[in-house]
Write a protein that binds this ligand. Structure first.
Ligand SMILES: CC(C)(COP(=O)(O)OP(=O)(O)OC[C@H]1O[C@@H](n2cnc3c(N)ncnc32)[C@H](O)[C@@H]1OP(=O)(O)O)[C@@H](O)C(=O)NCCC(=O)NCCS
Length: 310
């Protein structure tokens, strides 16, 4: 292979990036005997480009073959006041193992260092190529999350906790409080991302909150319902009971007869027991990783991959 050059993507790259994400991710999982992450057509993955372009215009980095201009890799980066978030990272299967991801990662790390910020991401624990990429670049796991597929009965969720009745849809007026809670519990600030999810321009998001009796919030939970991202999160809660109430309300309201994915903290046994009691099955493990300073996680984190959060 000839040299690698990096450039920022523009709108004309949208379909090629979607095809790359699809081929790269499904190709890696197929090569390791695992089912496709994106079972639908490549066009489904355009959602990722569209959402990140809406949140962070011009922050998709591409790696190209310097001679043929073939697209070899892509990576999105999201600078926020507290951190730079990285994801999703993809390399074309024909170019695996040739340093393409490391070039993209180094470029994002350099941008974070210019800003004096840590880099945060969520990476698969079963993908040693991914783990090694980040680990060799100085990333440290700070939490383990279990990807749990939760079957929701067509007739509605069994064992809905009483507190779920107090969960209500988030409005634009809640965004500041949601952002403050996330900063307090997880040490990350991303008000603009939360405002985007609450505004729901793509018509795939939900956002729910649970009020605290003394004012403020006990927690919030967003979710995306799309073929490329049928997941609960991002969200966070002060306590396990609030996290369960938020999950129960969302599962019962939007996912009857289906099996969305929840990224549940491995350090939350009561939450895991509740998910197992609903028939939840572990399908993968992910690690929240940080390069640089990270405050300790408090409460319950419910991350997702779109937008990538940790
Ligand atoms: C994960 C992925 C991005 C890696 O891309 P890549 O271009 O093949 O990675 P690189 O060639 O840059 O190699 C990464 C580093 O890991 C190292 N490495 C790989 N496997 C290793 C192992 N088992 N132990 C130690 N180091 C290892 C490589 O030597 C390299 O380190 P170096 O740059 O310091 O020499 C690629 O496999 C991919 O796109 N997979 C599908 C999508 C995906 O899983 N994305 C990540 C989502 S979490």
């Amino acid at each position: 292979m000839t040299g690698i050059e990096l450039r920022c993507a523009d709108h004309d790259d949208r379909d090629a990036v979607a095809a790359l994400i699809h081929a790269s991710t499904n190709g890696w999982y197929a090569a390791h005997g695992k089912p496709a992450i994106f079972p639908g057509p490549p066009a489904d993955c355009a959602l990722i480009f569209d959402v990140y372009e809406a949140l962070d215009p011009g922050r998709c980095l591409l790696a190209e073959d310097a001679v043929t201009r073939a697209l070899l890799g892509s990576c999105f980066w999201h600078p926020r006041s507290t951190h730079v978030s990285l994801g999703i990272m993809n390399v074309a299967p024909v170019a695996f193992g040739r340093g393409v991801a490391r070039r993209l990662l180094d470029a994002v790390v350099a941008r974070a260092e210019e800003r004096g910020l840590p880099v945060r991401l969520v990476s698969s624990a079963q993908n040693l190529d991914s783990f090694s990429l980040y680990n060799r670049a100085g990333f440290v796991p700070i939490a383990v999350f279990q990807d749990i597929a939760v079957p929701v009965p067509a007739a509605g969720l069994d064992g809905r906790p009483a507190a779920a009745a107090h969960v209500r849809p988030a409005t634009a007026d809640d965004v500041d409080t949601m952002a403050a809670l996330e900063l307090e519990l997880l040490g990350i600030e991303r008000r603009g991302d939360l405002a985007h999810l609450v505004a729901n321009r793509e018509r795939i998001w939900s956002a729910r909150v649970l009020d605290a009796p003394a004012g403020g919030l006990r927690g919030f939970l967003c979710a995306s319902d799309h073929p490329a991202s049928a997941m609960l999160g991002p969200g966070c809660a002060r306590d396990t009971a609030a996290a369960i109430a938020l999950l129960a309300a969302e599962l019962d309201a939007r996912w009857r007869g289906r099996q969305p994915i929840v990224l549940a903290p491995a350090a939350q046994p009561d939450l895991l027991a509740w998910l197992y009691a609903r028939g939840g099955r572990n399908v993968e493990l992910h690690l929240a990783q940080v390069r640089g300073a990270a405050s300790a996680l408090r409460g319950v984190a419910l991350p997702t991959f779109l937008p990538e959060s940790a």
